[in-house]
Design a protein. Structure first.
Length: 149
């Protein structure tokens, strides 16, 4: 059982998750500081208080920390926005990379004559019909086409 646990912990996904949690903790500290030191004073200009965490609602003996809740909501919105922007950037980068790969593939393909296209289609149809067609036979067909040029 100890070996299974060690294998589980050293698996790539678990290590990636551990790194993400550590970086997330550090990022949360930065966002908290940003909210407290920059966003808080801006909101305080509108609300009239410097410290949002001081806004409380007291009913009887119960105290509701509304200001702290607002700080936490602002922190969440900032973190969610940053993660959204990161994912949007990563997606754009992946799309740009795949588009450039597609263009390279298109440009690397040579234009075939109608006869070569026809022979290629026949070869592909035969390969589909006889899926056990050896690759050597397919290569020979391609070599024959290339020799005819």
């Amino acid at each position: 059982m100890l070996k299974e646990f060690r294998d589980f912990i050293t698996r790539g996904n678990v290590m990636d998750l551990a790194v993400a949690v550590i970086i997330g903790g550090a990022f949360t500290t930065i966002v908290k500081s940003f909210t407290t030191n920059i966003i808080g004073p801006i909101i305080a200009l509108v609300v009239g208080k410097v410290d949002l965490s001081g806004i409380v609602l007291t009913i009887g003996d119960t105290t509701f920390k509304i200001g702290q809740f607002l700080d936490d909501v602002i922190n969440f919105i900032i973190v969610a926005f940053v993660i959204f922007m990161l994912l949007k950037g990563i997606t754009a980068l992946r799309n740009a990379t795949s588009r450039s790969n597609d263009k390279e593939e298109e440009s690397s393909e040579t234009t075939l004559t109608p006869t070569e296209e026809y022979l290629k289609d026949i070869r592909n149809l035969l390969a589909e019909r006889d899926s056990d067609l050896p690759r050597e036979a397919s290569k020979k067909i391609e070599e024959k086409i290339a020799k005819e040029d």
